[in-house]
Design a binder for this molecule. Structure first.
Ligand SMILES: Cc1cc2nc3c(=O)[nH]c(=O)nc-3n(C[C@H](O)[C@H](O)[C@H](O)COP(=O)(O)O)c2cc1C
Length: 358
């Protein structure tokens, strides 16, 4: 997939997810096969004022490429400055967030509020475009409400402002995370837009990704919730994409190795602060073990996981539970409601997020 001067090895993209898509999770998804990773959203005002958390989010390791850094804000001048900082930090592209429905973001006129203030969105895109040399991308929902779909305007504005790729999350702002994403909106946008289009919303398997490409003609597929605790979704997508057989689900020891690698990477990213890494990691751990025998026991033990040693002993208990259950993990069909509820609960309770998304 090409986004301006940026090329990704395949069309499969890790979504920006506040509280999740940090450098450690990006590394995990990249190793699993994701061709392109987005950062979690970075609030422009806080970044420009040099706050600690956004500066941390902007740290890009040499192996963390290609990476799109997402910034959110409502003031064109501040967004311009934030985009400049993102480019200077090594971003391969800068993304403008016009899709976040969280009130903490929209109250200030940013995120999905921009769908109701298109002149402001255009001013932001123009300001950012002028400030950076790397590609500019935009992430949108389809409109504020079902009776105010603004995709046609968005296609025109993106074109006029030199946007290189648009991600369409096929829901309205009002829908938040409820109901199904309607992929027909992605197809409609694809028809009208000349730039690269990334489809997004409710891709839960490799088969879904191919169905989205087939049904909408999108150039790339962005995966959010389904990658949490399951980065192997990218391995499966890449295998199908290269014409190979679908790989089997990871067994317990592969899962255990991946969990530890993710945790170790997070400790590194957080400068060796194990206690903090363990706190941040709990929500990932809950998702890694979902559907396995012993998952409930692990979830109950989560508040006590404060170090690598705690993690190892929790994984040991999980292994024993799996052996008792006499077999490999069963793969689980996850309903959208479960996914959303868990993501929300975990985000709010386990991490300090900028947005309290969604
Ligand atoms: C926990 C969480 C955090 C998110 N944070 C962001 C964000 O920072 N920026 C953004 O544009 N979208 C954010 N999203 C939306 C996702 O990028 C994506 O559009 C949405 O989850 C739909 O895709 P999915 O069905 O594959 O999850 C977030 C979603 C979740 C569940």
């Amino acid at each position: 997939m090409r986004i301006g001067s940026l090329t990704s090895a395949n069309p499969f993209v890790l979504a920006p997810m506040d509280g999740y898509s940090d450098a450690a999770f990006r590394a995990v998804c990249r190793n699993a096969g994701a061709g392109l990773c987005f950062s979690e959203m970075i609030p422009a005002v806080a970044l420009v004022h040099n706050a600690v958390k956004p500066r941390e989010s902007l740290r890009i390791e040499p192996s963390d490429h290609p990476v799109v850094v997402q910034v959110s804000g409502a003031d064109p001048a501040t967004m311009r400055e934030a985009a400049r900082l993102a480019e200077a930090a090594g971003a391969d592209a800068v993304d403008v967030n016009a899709g976040c429905p969280s009130r903490r973001v929209t109250n200030g006129g940013a995120g999905a509020a921009l769908l109701s203030d298109l002149p402001r969105l255009a001013a932001i895109l123009k300001a950012v475009r002028e400030a950076i040399r790397v590609p500019l991308t935009l992430k949108v929902r389809v409109g504020p409400t079902a009776d105010r779909i603004v995709l046609d305007d968005l296609a025109r504005i993106a074109q006029d402002c030199g946007v290189d790729a648009v991600t369409v999350h096929a829901r309205t702002r009002a829908q938040r995370f409820l109901g199904r994403a309607d992929w027909r909106f992605i197809a409609r946008f694809r028809e009208r837009a000349s730039m690269t289009v990334i489809g997004n919303g409710d891709v839960q398997s490799a088969a879904d990704a191919f169905r989205m490409i087939r049904e909408t003609g999108c150039d790339g597929v962005m995966v959010g919730r389904a990658a949490i605790g399951n980065p192997w979704i990218f391995t499966q997508m890449v295998a199908l994409w290269s014409g190979g057989p679908a790989p089997r689900d990871p067994d317990l020891s592969e899962r255990r190795a991946a969990i530890l690698a993710h945790y170790d990477s997070l400790v590194r990213v957080l400068g060796g602060d194990e206690a903090r890494a363990a706190r941040v990691f709990r929500k990932h751990l809950a998702r890694y073990v979902r559907g396995l025998p012993g998952a409930l026991r692990v979830r109950r033990a989560l508040p006590g996981v404060s170090s690598r040693a705690d993690l190892l002993s929790t994984l040991g208990a999980l292994g024993a539970a799996c052996e008792d259950a006499g077999g490999p993990p069963r793969s689980e069909a996850v309903t959208e409601t479960e996914t959303v509820t868990e993501a929300v609960t975990e985000t709010v309770t386990e991490t300090e997020t900028v947005t309290g998304f969604p």
